[in-house]
Unconditional design. Structure first.
Length: 244
């Protein structure tokens, strides 16, 4: 398999594993999220190390192995992005399998198991028509003040949604035009979604317009913008205007 085929294959099957864990009806709430995370992580990490033994691996659910910093190719995974949503048996959660090459989110797949969908870098589809009034995705529990302010300036409709992957893929799927996040994330939250979004022709960057760089010693990433290219300049301008 190519890297992209492997990413999609693993994201799909990890999603099937997670659905099976949920269907077992022996866990609920946080316990379900923990069981799903651990089970999917073991599958993904072992599979990547079997299929790509010379590459580095960074996973949310594994203790960081800084040996990855010596690799130009590093798989960055999130077994369950949106553990709360998964545990609540919602559909707005995702599985991320991304590959950063020389710090760039290059290859990846995002599975949305609750919707039966896998979006991938090697099968980009044409973006659906944009809405006349932009729709901006925000956290359903902690909408960032900056995003709310930018939405007001753009007269954008706020759309609350769960996981980062689900929000990013909603832009790819034509369900929104803008995903602006300023509340802080980690590399595994965005690597695969950024790779998939870029492959579909979307704008991806930090909120100051600078590139997103992966496989860093500090995996914290303060902010993110994924949006339709026609909105990028306006959104970046509004962020600059409201940021001290």
């Amino acid at each position: 398999m190519t890297d992209a085929q492997l990413a999609a294959h693993l994201a799909h099957h990890a999603g099937e594993i997670l659905l099976e864990v949920r269907r077992a009806n022996v866990f609920t709430g946080k316990a379900l999220g923990l069981a799903g995370d651990q089970t999917a992580n073991q599958f993904l990490v072992r599979a990547i190390r079997e299929q790509r033994p010379d590459d580095g691996v960074l996973s949310e659910e594994e203790k960081d192995n800084f040996e990855r910093l010596g690799h130009s190719r590093v798989w960055i995974i999130d077994p369950v992005d949106g553990t709360r949503e998964y545990g609540e048996e919602r559909s707005d959660w995702a599985v991320h399998v991304g590959l950063a090459i020389d710090g760039v989110a290059t290859v990846g797949a995002v599975a949305l198991p609750g919707l039966g969908v896998v979006l991938r870098t090697d099968q980009p589809q044409q973006l659906p028509p944009a809405a006349a009034r932009p729709r901006m995705l925000v956290s359903r529990t902690r909408p960032a003040a900056e995003a709310v302010a930018v939405a007001k300036a753009l007269d954008a409709e706020l759309v609350a949604m769960g996981s980062a992957g689900a929000k990013a893929m909603a832009v790819v799927r034509g369900e929104a035009e803008i995903y602006l996040h300023t509340g802080g994330q980690f590399e595994w939250d965005s690597c695969a979604p950024v790779a998939v979004a870029a492959a579909h022709g979307l704008h991806v960057s930090r909120v100051d317009g600078s590139p997103l760089i992966y496989n860093q010693s500090d995996t914290y990433m303060p902010d993110l913008l994924i949006c339709r290219p026609e909105w990028a300049e306006r959104v970046l301008g509004e962020v600059a205007r409201i940021t001290p």
